[in-house]
Design a protein around this ligand. Structure first.
Ligand SMILES: *Cc1c(COP(=O)(O)O)cnc(C)c1O
Length: 380
């Protein structure tokens, strides 16, 4: 049905009406005092969402722009970088670092698994790395790294931790100051409930020291230019004015709901989804709930039923868009997002729609058991 689309992909995610309406205005001058006041509020609220006392920079780019902004401000040719890889997005860090001439080593795990902190400790004892990159919530698999433990190990070894929080910041607890994360990035079209086009980065004093030795930092993603601008409630270049109107409203909503409540909501929805899918006899790519991201869940299709059939029926019959697997996981899994502007009603809708689709496609199971499980979970 027209205008009934429910994006259950891990980005772009659904956008609340008040956020859409905030954007539906003529742009204003990005050097005006009116815009500067908006930026003052936005920069302060970004610190709240990032749970940091440090400045949070904002770029007009997708999330990968912030990843580029991290590496291009830290790495010199020949630097040793260790990338902890759970999947596609973890590997993206390695590719960016190699692109800037770093010598990149990796610790890679199978799809659905997470990094064992002991392996990081051993690797860092063998060799000194300037930077260690990792992903908090690996969107390609739905696995979640123990960022707190791993970043402590990285700090003890004297390296700088660079963390992708694109599908964790504003959805799952991540405390850069308390956990010792040196650089943390995120993007707008995931937990922030606004359309694609903005990315965020925060860096601490340890990271800035390394940055000072960076010989050819990026111009567009310049940390120095952005720090100066944040402190003047401005932006270095033309701001994505209308997206920032949207962000202002989204951040107000986030503050109103409260981070703790938002984290609890994501946990409730993701675990409710996992229990319901298991009750339907489906296999999950991430086996152990404690390693599961609360923003994205990867599901294996039942024997004899294809991922493209499931996805196309979900879209055609129910206007629900679920994601395919990426790269070698394409058509092997489908991924369901519970990220951002998602509620209990959406969980019930998604589970019962999926049950209907699987029954239509001929999967033999106790039809209704997933929805029953979801109801019991929500009423617990
Ligand atoms: C979406 C995403 C990114 C950034 O992707 P863009 O398409 O550049 O926004 C990076 N890391 C993770 C874990 C993501 O989910």
């Amino acid at each position: 049905m027209k205008d009934k689309n429910f994006l259950m992909i891990p980005g772009p995610t659904p956008v609340p009406e008040s956020v859409l309406l905030a954007m539906a205005k003529h742009p204003i001058g990005h050097r005006s005092s009116e815009f500067s006041k908006i930026l003052e509020e936005v920069y302060a609220n970004l610190k709240y969402v990032f749970q940091t006392e440090n400045d949070v920079f904002m770029f007009a780019s997708s999330g990968t722009g912030a990843m580029d902004a991290a590496i291009s401000n830290l790495v010199n040719e020949g630097d040793d970088v260790l990338s902890l890889v759970l999947g596609n997005f973890g590997n993206r860090w390695a590719k960016i670092a190699a692109g800037y001439g770093a010598n990149v080593d990796k610790i890679t795990v199978n799809a659905g698994e997470v990094i064992n902190p002991e392996d990081v400790k051993n690797k860092l004892a063998e060799k000194k790395y300037k930077i260690v990159t990792l992903t908090h919530s690996e969107t390609s698999t739905g696995a979640k790294n123990d960022v707190k433990t791993i970043c402590q190990i990285i700090r003890d070894a004297g390296s700088i931790s660079v963390v992708d929080g694109v599908t964790s910041v504003s959805a799952m607890d991540v405390k850069p100051d308390e956990w010792g994360i040196d650089v943390l990035v995120s993007g707008s079209q995931k937990g922030f409930m606004i359309p694609p086009g903005l990315a965020f980065l925060t860096a601490n004093e340890r990271a800035w020291k390394v940055h000072e030795e960076c010989k050819h930092p990026s111009f567009y993603f310049s940390w120095d230019a952005h720090r100066k601008s944040v402190r003047e409630n401005s932006t270095p270049y033309t701001a994505a004015v209308n997206l920032i109107f949207a962000l202002q409203e989204a951040l107000r909503r986030i503050k109103e709901e409260g981070l703790e409540n938002i984290f609890a909501r994501h946990e409730r929805l993701a675990l409710g989804l996992r229990h319901s899918l298991r009750a339907m006899g489906l296999e999950l790519l991430v086996k152990d709930d404690k390693n599961a991201s609360y923003s994205i869940t990867s599901v294996l299709p039942p024997e004899g039923i294809s991922v493209p059939d499931i996805r196309s029926h979900m879209t055609k019959d129910f206007d629900i868009v679920v994601a395919n697997g990426q790269n070698e996981l394409k058509d092997k899994i489908f991924r369901m997002g519970t990220l951002g502007f998602v509620s209990d009603r959406d969980l019930l809708t998604a589970v019962s729609s999926l049950e209907t689709v699987l029954a239509r496609l001929g999967y033999k199971f106790d039809v209704g058991i997933g929805t029953k499980t979801a109801i019991e979970w929500l009423n617990k």
